[in-house]
Design a protein around this ligand. Sequence first.
Ligand SMILES: Cc1cc2nc3c(=O)[nH]c(=O)nc-3n(C[C@H](O)[C@H](O)[C@H](O)COP(=O)(O)OP(=O)(O)OC[C@H]3O[C@@H](n4cnc5c(N)ncnc54)[C@H](O)[C@@H]3O)c2cc1C
Length: 579
Amino acid sequence: MTFHDVVVIGGGGAGLRAAIAVAETNPALRVAVVSKVYPMRSHTVSAEGGAAAVAADDDTLDEHAYDTVSGSDWLSDQDAVEAFVAEAPRELLRLEHWGCPWSRQPDGRIAVRAFGGMKKMRTWFAADRTGFHLLHTLFQTALSYTDIVRYDEWYVTKILEDDGRAYGVVAIELATGRIETITASAVIVCTGGCGRVYPFTTNANIKTGDGMALAYRAGAALKDMEFVQYHPTGLPFTGILITEAARAEGGWLLNKDGYRYLQDYDLGTPSPTPVLRSMELGPRDRLSQAFVHEMDKGNTIDTPYGPIVNLDLRHLGAKLIDAKLPFVRELCSKYQNIDPVKELVPVRPVVHYMMGGIHTDIRGATSLDGLYAAGEVACVSINGANRLGSNSLPECLVFGNRAGRAAAVFAARYRNVVPKSIEAQGRDEVRRLTEELSRHADGHERIADIRTEMQTTMENGAGIYRDRDSLAKAADQLKELQLRFAHAAIDDHSTNFNTELIALLELGFMLDVAESIIACALQREESRGAHQRTDFPARDDERYLAHSLVHREPDGSSRITYLPVTITRWPPGERVYGR
Ligand SMILES: Cc1cc2nc3c(=O)[nH]c(=O)nc-3n(C[C@H](O)[C@H](O)[C@H](O)COP(=O)(O)OP(=O)(O)OC[C@H]3O[C@@H](n4cnc5c(N)ncnc54)[C@H](O)[C@@H]3O)c2cc1C
């Protein structure tokens, strides 16, 4: 058994920012960062477009807050949004001081670009490799703190909990198969999203919702799980993201007739230059829904990888594309074999981001004492029913910092009080994992089959549009998949890098997360943001201006309650774009 004052699960943007915050707040504390991949391989590295924070003189915190609140279809908590917009500029500037090479204007000021649903230009960027530079900056800064100890390529299987309080984790060292109990006075979950629950996603293979399921199983509530964001522009075969920055720089979306169809969807009028608030720079939920309507009208183009529309960047020219979208050109060339300077880019909506996650308060505290969460795995909530592009990276920084500071204070207050029962729990988990390996050795179901069926179930049942029948059917299918999961086979019995065992554990987490998405979506009988019910097409503030909270019952079933949204200054209104 090893002890650290604070254990951070996850070495992405939120995890590293949280670890640095703990070390800064109280240098006497020993921090562990446990990550299933080397930190620089975390999904944050693939963020392209940028990070939003007020920078220009003609922009205000209130405008950033209002765009975020209306973008969220009024489901965000406005106290959290106000804290977020106020702290985001400080966080991005601090990153600059730590070495992040933000792109600049010719006069030396920070360059900003437009982004979807943002009515002012406020998205800072480092070309179109923002996530890479941001993560690198955090990683090298974390390295300078000797009290931050890393467990790279360790996989967390359980959060240790006793009497409503978290006391650490159990993790497997992937290289050796060694299972270790790592106790702590506070735990911060920063494990990112769960896009892999769906078949077609921009998310890396590692985004399997582990942290959501770990916290849920430990007794913490999950919040707003029904809100799954589809990004309108993924490459059709791979799901690789073509960043919103491509549209911010002036790209157009064209249907099969070469027509800028978004002008028919109350998103503004066409223009030869990028115009804030309008058309291609509408919010992601509306653009993905418009695609479905174009498909229904027969205006999309059929391909072996599903229906597509085209993104036209040709009029931007090679010079601009090479200066501001070099990664887009590289991705199109390597993965689609096309040059966006000369050719149209085929795209279709793709699962991108999870608005829901572990329920936290504004300091990152969950419903379990000593358990904190930040980043995509958490739901504070600033994103509500629909996140605005470029709000997630600053969210990782602002709330990673907040969770780190709060956990540091908690850990210092309750140092070294790990109860005896935790040691026994750790031993039980080692036994469970060993037994799982031998039990599944006799299994007859393939992990890949169950995973594929789960993904198809989610796409059919809870895609861009859903209704009671599709959701109820998905709930039944998931129950059946859970039963089959108990008989999944493991053929690899080695201890070194047993990726099959990890795939099994990830699938178990994903099935729990999938069930929570469906359960929340079934109960919310309205349409708001990314949750569009064809049987309840209107937003219903009277019944549902509230967060869904899903709790796990002792028998494994779920119970849903509702928590009112915090409104400070912006009463619910109509979401208006392009007018
Ligand atoms: C392609 C793409 C482009 C994006 N572009 C932008 C953008 O331009 N702007 C923006 O604001 N947002 C963007 N986003 C969203 C944003 O990048 C993510 O929401 C954010 O980076 C998530 O960071 P995170 O720290 O919460 O999680 P991640 O970066 O996903 O890190 C999760 C960490 O948890 C660890 N982990 C997970 N499970 C376990 C386990 N069981 N045991 C141990 N460790 C575990 C992983 O190893 C990893 O270190 C983009 C997302 C994608 C997919």
